[in-house]
Write a protein that binds this ligand. Structure first.
Ligand SMILES: [Zn+2]
Length: 109
């Protein structure tokens, strides 16, 4: 296997997920290739640091309350928007508040 092929296998090599057929050639290459051996060391350091991280993180107690408030705010904004759009006054204002108004006022006379 070439350096180019092996460097894509280094992740699995470090995590122990590499199959038995590939492990030997990768091990042999890492022993003689400075770039790959440095990459293996770096990946091992990352794994060690990642293993120190907590497996799960509890959200702060107020998180759900904030999410619920945001959802309710969205729903009420959407509801008030559709209520406004269902109102004839909304459309009257929209079409009479622009250039259409003078013409409408003239034709109303
Ligand atoms: Zn290499």
């Amino acid at each position: 296997m070439t350096h180019e092929v092996i460097r894509h296998l280094l992740d699995d090599y470090v995590t122990g997920e590499l199959n038995d057929d590939a492990r030997g050639p990768v091990e042999g290459h890492v022993a003689i290739c400075e770039i790959c051996s440095a990459e293996v060391e770096s990946l091992k350091r990352i794994l060690v640091r990642a293993s120190d991280l907590p497996k799960s993180i509890e959200p702060p107690a107020e998180a759900w309350s904030n999410i619920r408030t945001a959802i309710l705010r969205e729903e009420s904004a959407a509801a008030s928007h559709s209520t406004r759009m269902a109102s004839p006054a909304f459309w009257r204002r929209r079409f009479t508040s622009t250039r259409a108004r003078p013409r409408l006022q003239r034709s109303a006379r």
